[in-house]
Design a protein around this ligand. Structure first.
Ligand SMILES: O=C(O)CCC(=O)C(=O)O
Ligand SMILES: [Fe+2]
Length: 202
């Protein structure tokens, strides 16, 4: 993608064609599970994140399933040159339910494990997608020209190492380019199901 984002892990949006999740996702997830094990970490950082996030929620946060199979649990991403203005919404991106559950809300979770001296801010605008926004789509990109958000109110987040942020990714958001150190976050999507479960996926 442009600008390029380094990544360790599998994201379902990279295995989507015309609103359909491709089976290659499962192979990628399986391959990646072995890669994580190869790191020899004494704990699973995504499990820790789910536990912390779900501590006050009945039933906690579990990894979502599709066709009975557990989805990937998250992705380490390094967008040193930023993310374009975009939104994430499984209900729009996939036809039918992505998970074995119907989602009524979606969040994006990111825990920051390295941040830069300057730049790297996450900006969230109070603007939800509407059909007119397609005029701002950047050709061949996941993103939109920044003018798409117009004069919408925004919030700028500059998380510190060890902090995590949960946003509603249906609002347009972006990450500014970083200067200095690497900007690395462990991220996953979290859906709230009609039965009140919080389900994560990568
Ligand atoms: O890295 C961030 O702060 C946000 C990245 C993003 O676009 C997302 O998690 O949906
Ligand atoms: Fe996003």
């Amino acid at each position: 993608m442009d600008p390029p984002v380094m990544r360790f892990g599998v994201g379902v949006s990279d295995h989507r064609e015309g609103g359909v999740m491709m089976d290659g996702y499962w192979d990628a997830v399986e391959h990646h599970r072995k890669e994580w094990l190869g790191l020899g970490l004494p704990f699973d950082p995504f499990e820790e994140c789910r536990a912390a996030l779900g501590a006050e929620w009945p039933g906690g946060v579990s990894v979502g399933r599709r066709g009975g199979r557990e989805m990937g649990s998250g992705v380490a991403r390094e967008p040193n040159q930023g993310f374009q203005v975009h939104f994430d919404d499984a209900l729009r991106e996939f036809s039918g339910d992505l998970l074995d559950a119907t989602l009524v809300a979606q969040f994006a979770f990111n825990a920051y494990i390295s941040v830069s001296e300057s730049g790297g801010e996450t900006i969230v605008w109070r603007h939800l997608w509407g059909p007119a926004d397609e005029a701002f789509r950047l050709p061949g990109s996941y993103g939109y020209a920044e003018a798409v958000v117009g004069e919408a109110e925004s919030i700028e987040l500059s998380p510190e190492i060890g902090e995590a942020v949960l946003i509603n990714p249906r609002y347009f958001h972006a990450v500014r380019p970083s200067q200095g150190s690497r900007r690395i976050a462990l991220g996953f999507a979290v859906g709230l199901s009609t039965t009140g479960e919080l389900l994560a996926w990568g």
